[in-house]
Write a protein that binds this ligand. Structure first.
Ligand SMILES: O=P(O)(O)OC[C@H]1O[C@H](OP(=O)(O)OP(=O)(O)O)[C@H](O)[C@@H]1O
Ligand SMILES: Nc1nc2[nH]cnc2c(=O)[nH]1
Length: 187
């Protein structure tokens, strides 16, 4: 586990960070995602799961843009655990909170990076009897290190291969609340 950061260090991280996607760009992407998801799922009565913690803001912004009947659940799975490198093993901190047997399931997550998290979550939903599992992410990180063949169904924005934070994504536990997507200086 890394040493904890001070207030000054955390403020410096933000001051030095590069803005990759503005609030305005993200809002346009959210509208487009909502349109596509509505077209595909408005007759499915899906259960929508956000993967905590990172999926929290994405889900909070996207769900009010979906005007069809759906249920909301959550699950908490973490691979990075406050670090900037992912562990091999996904740690489940809360299993899916509502039954998905025979249901259309929509999974929301903030970022599709190496892909292990989403791939394992999709498998878990199928193992629990989901009829179909649709995936949506706010951000896809562009590189050639994907560890899965999973094709994400809906993706908001591509970002370059840097460690990013904001809009739900943390830098060592902090700055999930940043209103934009930022890259840490030097990472
Ligand atoms: O595609 P991958 O390389 O697997 O990475 C993507 C995952 O990493 C982050 O979660 P993290 O493990 O940091 O937990 P958190 O959501 O609590 O921040 C993010 O929220 C995704 O779920
Ligand atoms: N906060 C954050 N979490 C991630 N999980 C996988 N990639 C990233 C990233 O770039 N930033």
């Amino acid at each position: 586990m890394s040493e904890s950061l001070t207030l000054d260090q955390l403020n410096q991280i933000m001051a030095d960070a590069d803005l990759l996607k503005s609030k305005e760009e993200i809002e346009v992407a959210l509208d487009q995602l909502a349109g596509g998801i509505t077209e595909r799922l408005s007759s499915s009565m899906p259960v929508v799961y956000s993967i905590m913690n990172g999926g929290l803001i994405f889900a909070g912004k996207l769900l009010p843009l979906l005007s069809f009947p759906l249920e909301v659940g959550y699950m908490h799975a973490t691979r990075y655990r406050g670090e900037t490198q992912g562990q091999t093993e996904l740690q489940w901190q809360a299993l899916p909170s509502c039954p998905m047997d025979g249901r259309t399931v929509l999974i929301l997550d903030d970022i599709f990076d190496e892909g292990n998290t989403l791939a394992e979550v999709v498998e878990a939903c199928k193992a629990q009897g989901a009829k179909e599992v649709i995936t949506a992410v706010l951000i896809n990180k562009v590189h050639d290190r994907k560890n899965t063949d999973l094709q994400v169904d809906f993706c908001g924005l591509d970002v370059e291969d840097r460690f990013v934070f904001g809009y739900g994504m943390d830098y060592r536990g902090y700055w999930r609340n940043a209103e934009g997507i930022f890259a840490v200086k030097g990472l």
